[in-house]
Design a protein around this ligand. Structure first.
Ligand code: NAP
Length: 338
């Protein structure tokens, strides 16, 4: 039996914030399943800020070609299998892209372990808190941030998956945690996660002063999800030997030219360190980190929130909405193959 697939391809390179016309929904018939192959019904598709840079230029991965399926993480179920490693009904995840069906040899497709994905650890966690954003928070904070009990951590975009996860792990590790987010509802959510101080970036004309008020003796770690002027505000508030972890730069992704940082003298005077993270460098340790985070979720110390939009046709809008900050937590799109 052959199946219909819908997928979004890149139609044009976005100028600034991505627009619906930059993407095209196409429908085709998938070929019949061959020996060794599986057919996956994708259920949830991620929209990720970092994809924006790859629509215009190469990042640590090559630029996406016009006419190619937009890349993203997905989680779904095996519908048919002619591969002995997979059985129908099994939950799987992988880099499936903006599509509702995937025909695959199984390469790069992960079977979700039912012992791990149970109870509060829902299958969608595989592309959220236990997926790339959650792992970014985990390794960004624990490896590059080198936290010590009693230190002060600042996390930007604290209502997003990376930020919310990093802040909660910071609390588990005994840190004082400051978060910034956009708007009263997001700030209330961040506070409910146990952050010690929350700064509403929409109500804060002077972030440097707000950070100084929250941490008068300075901060030890900054996990940066936004880039731009926020980095300068953080640098101005770092304690000697402070660590700045560059996770994401969402305020820069739609700009033709980056803003850049200015307070570089403090790197000398305060012996600061700034380091960028590519989460895939930690691939060999993903399983260990996922087991640890799943344990924290089960014992109620780590939580996550999802914002699920329904309908494959809503993918471009859901993606564009990331840049206006319209979601709290992990934004996913539920797709239902015909
Ligand atoms: N290095 C890696 O390996 C890696 C891997 C995964 C993700 N990342 C990066 O980690 C960051 C967080 O990822 P996420 O998935 O959790 O996304 P996210 O933080 O939920 O990103 C969306 C949020 O960013 C904030 N935002 C949007 N435009 C902004 C602007 N101009 N200035 C300041 N904030 C802005 C908004 O939150 P507010 O309205 O609350 O401000 C928005 O809701 C992203 O930048 C992503 O690229 C890095």
């Amino acid at each position: 039996m052959s199946y219909t697939r819908r997928r979004f391809v890149l139609a044009a390179r976005p100028q600034g914030v991505p627009q619906p016309a930059d993407f095209r929904l196409e429908e085709d018939q998938l070929p019949d399943l061959q020996d060794g192959e599986i057919l996956i019904d994708n259920a949830f598709v991620s929209v990720d800020p970092g994809m924006r840079s790859r629509l215009s230029a190469a990042s640590y991965a090559p630029v996406l070609g016009l006419g190619e399926t937009v890349e993203s993480a997905g989680v779904g179920r095996v519908r048919e299998s002619r591969n002995p490693k997979f059985s129908p009904g099994q939950w799987v995840s992988g880099g499936f892209g903006w599509t509702d069906r995937v025909l695959s040899t199984g390469k790069g497709v992960l079977r979700l372990d039912p012992a791990l994905y149970d109870g509060p650890v829902k299958p969608t966690a595989a592309i959220g808190i236990l997926g790339i954003p959650g792992l970014t928070a985990y390794f960004g904070l624990i490896d590059l941030g080198s936290p010590k009990e009693g230190e002060i951590l600042y996390v930007s975009s604290a209502a997003g998956t990376v930020g919310a996860t990093a802040g909660q792990i910071g609390k588990i590790l005994g840190l004082t945690v400051i978060g910034s987010a956009g708007g009263a509802e997001k700030c209330a959510y961040v506070k409910s996660l146990g952050f010690d101080h929350v700064i509403d970036r929409h109500q804060t004309p002077d972030l440097t002063a707000a950070l100084r008020a929250a941490a008068p003796r300075g901060m030890d770690i900054y996990l940066d999800n936004v880039g731009g002027p926020a980095v300068d505000s953080a640098i101005a508030n770092m304690r000697p030997k402070g660590r700045i972890v560059i996770s994401g730069q969402i305020s820069e992704y739609n700009r033709p030219e980056p803003v850049g940082i200015r307070n570089t003298l403090a790197f000398i005077t305060h012996r600061l360190r700034m380091e960028g993270l590519v989460v895939f460098d930690y691939g060999a340790q993903f399983g260990e980190a996922q087991a640890k985070m799943a344990g924290w979720i089960r014992d109620g110390r780590l939580s996550f929130r999802e914002d699920i939009v329904t309908g494959i046709e809503n993918l471009p809008g859901a993606f564009a909405g990331l840049f206006s900050g319209d979601a709290i937590g992990r934004k996913l799109v539920a797709v239902s193959p015909a």
